[in-house]
Design a protein around this ligand. Structure first.
Ligand SMILES: Nc1nc2c(ncn2[C@@H]2O[C@H](COP(=O)(O)OP(=O)(O)OP(=O)(O)O)[C@@H](O)[C@H]2O)c(=O)[nH]1
Ligand SMILES: [Mg+2]
Length: 372
């Protein structure tokens, strides 16, 4: 009998170490269908939301990428539309060489309905092009609700020829939830097969399923990405920061010399605005995240004295959110822009403006043409 892999996470099945992925006791093994066995770690993540303590290492991840790179495969690159920087893993570039990718922006359900999909796709394509990718086709989907899956499958079938298909991307972008939707919608699986969890590092190995033409579609592990500032937060903080449902925008009328704090995770200072006095700022952040307004002149002192109490999350110094850096945005036309805090949210403001953004150095901060 060949080696067996867990259907939920792709780990090699083993009977020796309970603390590692792939563990199945000899007794359970004897009474299970060996082709559909789930390991103890998957069982616990699925039924008891157990904390993930073991994920693929960078080296293991590189090995998997190198294996895929040997094949002429269709690469479907998944990004979390809320977290472009956190979604970008340089190693994935090795996969494509000069080949092209299908770009899938997942979690569109988190954005308000009046978002213009083509604007967000254009932005994502530009960002990927800057990283050296050529995007064949692109689409926004929601793996949570199944939006646009028929179009996604059409794109995959249009480009795959007789190649295998790999869903790749950073931790937590939703690769496993996407493959579950594909399995249920197009391959007749009655339930979610692959293990999904809100914690990064769930999938351990390649998990392949045959498509109708006999080629394979694979879920792949992500790799822990230190550009996800959520990497530094504990679970309670993480839950308040990462949006779970559609974001409701908030409108702030700010004056020059005012500052907004996003918990204790980032801040924006209005240096000057459109008309020189009032500036309308619309914020799109998890509605559980506390936004606090203050005078810029008092902002440093407030941060010193009220981080972990008024300005939360983080809730304590153990949540070692990396050092802040300052980004200046001075835009002089009169169009609307989004200032994006990757993984946290964004805010919309009409130019001309001059603002300073303070955010941990791992958080990508960008200005893009407004998507709403
Ligand atoms: N709101 C929303 N959440 C999603 C969507 N897709 C995935 N998620 C959530 O994102 C988290 C990560 O999903 P997974 O499918 O486990 O992500 P992954 O890319 O397989 O992650 P790893 O296996 O750790 O690399 C889970 O909490 C999912 O429920 C989506 O379309 N919308
Ligand atoms: Mg996964």
């Amino acid at each position: 009998m060949g080696e067996l892999y867990c259907k939920g996470c792709g780990a090699l099945i083993q009977h020796d170490d309970k603390t590692l992925p792939g563990f199945v006791s000899e007794k359970v093994m004897a009474t299970s269908d060996s082709k559909a066995v789930f390991c103890q770690r998957c069982h616990r993540i699925r039924h008891y939301s157990e904390m993930i303590t073991y994920s693929v290492t960078n080296d293991e991840y590189s090995d998997i990428i190198n294996e895929i790179a040997k094949e002429n495969a269709l690469i479907v690159k998944i990004v979390d539309i809320f977290d472009f920087t956190g979604s970008f893993v340089p190693a994935i570039k090795r996969l494509t060489g000069n080949e092209d990718v299908i770009l899938v922006g997942n979690k569109m359900d988190l954005l308000p309905k009046n978002v213009k999909p083509e604007r967000i796709l254009n932005w994502l394509k530009t960002m990927l092009a800057n990283e050296g990718f050529t995007v064949l086709d692109s689409i926004l989907i929601s793996a949570k609700y199944g939006n646009n899956f028929d179009d996604l499958m059409d794109l995959i079938l249009k480009h795959k020829g007789n190649r295998n298909v790999y869903l790749v991307g950073s931790n937590n972008v939703g690769k496993s939830r996407i493959i579950n939707q594909i399995l249920k919608r197009y391959l007749g699986m009655p339930t979610d097969v692959v293990t999904v969890s809100s914690q990064p590092g769930t999938t351990i190995g390649l998990i392949g399923f045959p498509l109708l033409d006999g080629t394979m579609i694979y879920d792949t592990p992500g790799v822990i990405n230190k550009h996800q500032y959520t990497y530094y937060l504990t679970r309670p903080s993480y839950k308040l920061t990462v949006p779970k449902k559609e974001i409701k925008p908030l409108i702030f009328q700010l004056n020059e010399g005012q500052t907004l704090f996003f918990g204790g995770l980032a801040r924006i200072d209005i240096i000057n605005g459109e008309t020189g006095d009032k500036v309308n700022v619309v914020t799109y952040f998890a509605n559980t995240l506390n936004i606090h307004r203050t005078k810029t002149a008092k902002a440093d002192d407030l941060y010193e004295s009220k981080l972990y109490s008024l300005l939360t999350p983080p809730f304590n110094p153990e949540e070692a959110v990396p050092k802040w850096v300052v980004h200046d945005f001075k835009i002089r036309d009169n169009l609307k822009y989004d200032i994006v805090f990757s993984g946290l949210g964004f805010l919309t403001i009409r130019a001309p403006f001059y603002v300073k953004v303070h955010a941990p150095f791992v958080v990508g901060v960008y200005a893009r043409p407004a998507i709403i």
